[in-house]
Design a protein around this ligand. Structure first.
Ligand code: HEM
Length: 445
């Protein structure tokens, strides 16, 4: 926290800081924190230019509508198939059939979200799932994010700029440049290919013929940020959910969720994007809401700046130029809003009558994982779909449990701007008595 910065842990502040209010000026993104990397065009994710944001968000939103998501579903389902097939083959090998297989779930979830986003934004997947290992670009992503965070620091203390710049090793700077260039090359290749492939580019470029409304440089910069924002976030929350579900003290939660899923789907190939979107799976939804509350990928918050003339936020007057934001971790873990706030309790999200009475006074709307207002998450439908699909398919096919002696806790994962996921080693056993169509090995006999 800087001396000119105010951090809110209040539901009211969500509304006051991030949404439109009659008679108030808009609090713009704090330009000290949100900057495009040096030499790059402005982009949707980091811009503090209101007009630019409105133009670019309007155009890019076409890639994220429910309709586009349905069109994109073969890509998403295809990667979910590869995820399960790879894990099923490992869990049913002759050495693992009885004991199950120890798997780093963090990696496999990351492979999934990265391949999905690569396929949707770059026109081809990274191939992480098929290879069962990180593509070099994905492996270095967190390093790149760290470099960006350190690079933003001098804007808070400009006199110390030289010191901060020196703190970034040359290898990291070079790596970041290579990283960027790789994404740019792929996006350029996708833009130059004459195809109506159902990914992010097709619906978006229909509204941007001949780059009339958004330049190639703006597209490169914006979509390379979407890859980062779109893959890291969902993967972090899913890793956190699996971490909590597999803890021995949460066995009843895991059992209830597994039972809901296995009763809803008799056959594995019934779990499609369409069915999962329509299915009534209230406990799954509760697990996801609780996962988003307690394992948020950007717990530090979303910095903004008080506009000229100053303004009032959650009943507090702040002078112009003050930095402010809702600290997602603080509000999501506040006992003011949530009973037993540090515990993973999906039941708190169930309707009155079904939830334990001690959670009756929880103020659930204090958790706004996708933010609200001008910059609310465009990828929310995709993120929710990925979480529903992966949880459902994983728990339909496997019995999971934490490995003895390998306990980790999401809350202990280091954080710099985003949570830095650590290995989550879980034992996966192929569910007995089912026939898994894609993997060729069946446990039904
Ligand atoms: C669990 C998953 C996710 C969470 C919790 C999440 C959360 C957020 C939050 C809090 C913001 C607001 C940022 C700000 O105010 O500056 C945001 C913005 C955004 N998110 Fe997500 N997100 C997730 C997944 C995704 C995915 C999968 C995509 C796309 C593939 C995506 C694309 C975006 C974009 C484009 C914006 C910028 C919107 C704007 O500035 O107008 N997000 N997200």
């Amino acid at each position: 926290m800087a001396p000119d910065e105010v951090s809110f842990a209040s539901e009211e502040a969500w509304h006051d800081i991030y949404t439109w209010r009659a008679g108030h000026k808009r609090a713009i993104r704090d330009p000290a924190f949100f900057q495009p990397p040096e030499g790059q065009a402005d982009n949707l994710i980091t811009t503090s230019n209101v007009k630019f944001h409105a133009r670019v968000r309007g155009l890019m939103s076409h890639s994220f509508t429910e309709e586009s998501l349905y069109e994109q579903s073969p890509i998403i389902e295809g990667h979910a198939d590869v995820l399960i097939k790879q894990l099923w083959q490992r869990a049913t090998s002759s050495e693992s059939l009885e004991t199950g297989v120890l798997v780093n779930v963090t990696d496999w979830i990351n492979f999934f979200t990265m391949d999905v986003i690569g396929d949707l934004a770059l026109g081809e997947a990274f191939g992480c799932l098929a290879q069962g290992e990180y593509h070099d670009w994905v492996r270095t992503l967190y390093q790149y994010l760290k470099a960006m965070t350190i690079a933003a620091a001098p804007s808070y203390w400009p006199v110390m700029r030289w010191l901060f710049e020196k703190a970034i090793p040359k290898s990291v700077k070079d790596g970041s440049k290579r990283h960027q260039q790789y994404a740019f090359d792929r996006i350029n290749r996708r833009l130059d290919s004459k195809t109506d492939r159902q990914d992010f580019m097709t619906p978006f470029m229909k509204k941007n013929p001949n780059f009339e409304n958004m330049s190639r440089d703006e597209i490169l910069s914006s979509f390379s940020f979407v890859i980062v924002g779109g893959a890291e976030t969902s993967a972090t929350t899913m890793t956190g959910m699996f971490n909590h579900l597999a803890m021995p003290q949460n066995k009843a939660i895991l059992n209830r969720l597994t039972m809901e899923i296995r009763s809803a789907y008799k056959k594995e190939d019934e779990i499609t994007v369409e069915s999962i979107t329509r299915a009534r799976l209230p406990y799954l939804d509760a697990v996801i809401q609780e996962g988003l509350r307690i394992c948020h990928p950007v717990p530090s918050g979303l910095p903004r700046m008080v506009p000229p003339g100053g303004d009032e936020y959650a009943g507090i007057w702040l002078p112009e130029g003050t930095r402010l934001g809702v600290r997602i971790f603080a509000v999501n873990r506040s006992a003011r809003y949530f009973h037993d706030p540090d515990s993973f309790v999906p039941e708190r999200w169930l309707p009155a009558g079904e939830r334990p009475s001690e959670f009756d006074n929880d103020n659930l709307s204090a958790s706004k994982p996708f933010s609200v207002g001008f910059h609310s998450c465009l990828g929310k439908p995709l993120a929710l779909l990925e979480m529903r699909l992966v949880l459902t398919r994983m728990l339909w096919a496997f019995d999971i449990k934490e490995e003895e002696g390998m306990h980790v806790h999401f809350d202990d994962f280091p954080m710099m701007m985003m949570v830095e996921k650590q290995p989550l080693m879980l034992r996966l056993s192929a569910r007995k008595g089912v026939n898994y169509r894609a993997a060729g090995v069946n446990t039904a006999q």
